[in-house]
Design a protein around this ligand. Structure first.
Ligand code: ZN
Length: 245
């Protein structure tokens, strides 16, 4: 069973009527409710900005296989020590699924090592067409070649990410922009997936295809063997002796 942690900033939903109307209990609640329908997913916990110093503790992260991250207004208020714990766990094998404006979050920037906040953007509620360009990838299982989201925030290239290991989705926006909207990377033992869809004023996380992408991504990002690196760094003599005998 996959243990999941969902981090959502959870500020805008409390303050803005338009956002509250779409996500009255927060974006994290909607993500949790569709993830828990999948039988391979076990424990799902949530962390929000206000409590993240406790909810993203070392103990909690050690017990997390995949962390899902959504934030947009208050990236700078995320504690640097919590960010360091997240990055350490990714390097040791925890999966990380970064959604939408999480492109500018501290953990994603740290793991990518580039100016990931750099992109074109426009709030115009434009239609977006996503192209599945990795039809045999676990993240696109069950999806057709293309699907549309009626309204989303427009993101456009150039996007300041390092070249992805795998490009899963390419998006076309009504206003003419194109965007690498689904990308994967390996960082240490961990798998990272970025998925662009999900502006807070539109009901994007209620859409079937989007739920399927995120559910598939959580399953893909889960480490194959939990705790496989637990004994690393304790010196090489015993292991070498065992091989020789
Ligand atoms: Zn947005």
């Amino acid at each position: 069973m996959i243990n999941v942690m969902i981090y959502n900033e959870f500020v805008h939903e409390l303050k803005d009527e338009k956002v509250k109307a779409v996500y009255p209990d927060g974006i994290h609640s909607v993500i949790k409710s569709f993830l828990e329908k999948d039988s391979s997913i076990g424990k799902i916990r949530c962390a929000v900005l206000e409590d993240h110093r406790q909810t993203l503790s070392k103990e909690a992260l050690d017990d997390t296989d995949v962390l899902v991250w959504w934030g947009h207004m208050r990236h700078q208020e995320v504690d640097d020590e919590a960010v360091a714990r997240v990055c350490r766990r990714v390097l040791d094998g925890m999966g990380l699924v970064v959604l939408h404006s999480g492109h500018a979050s501290k953990p994603f920037k740290a793991l990518m090592g580039t100016d990931t906040h750099l992109l074109r953007w426009r709030e115009a509620g434009e239609k977006v067409r996503l192209w599945n360009i990795a039809k045999n990838h676990p993240i696109t299982r069950g999806l057709s070649e293309t699907f549309t989201i009626p309204h989303d925030e427009t993101y456009g290239e150039p996007f300041g990410i390092p070249n992805p290991d795998e490009l899963i989705f390419l998006s076309w926006f009504q206003g003419g922009e194109v965007f690498r909207s689904g990308c994967t990377w390996r960082r240490g033992e961990g798998k990272v997936f970025y998925f662009q869809s999900g502006h807070e004023t539109f009901p994007i996380y209620y859409q079937n295809e989007v739920q399927l992408v995120i559910t598939n991504a959580v399953k893909w990002a889960c480490p194959v063997e939990r705790h496989c690196v637990a004994d690393r760094g304790k010196g090489n003599t015993p292991a070498l002796e065992q091989i020789r005998n």
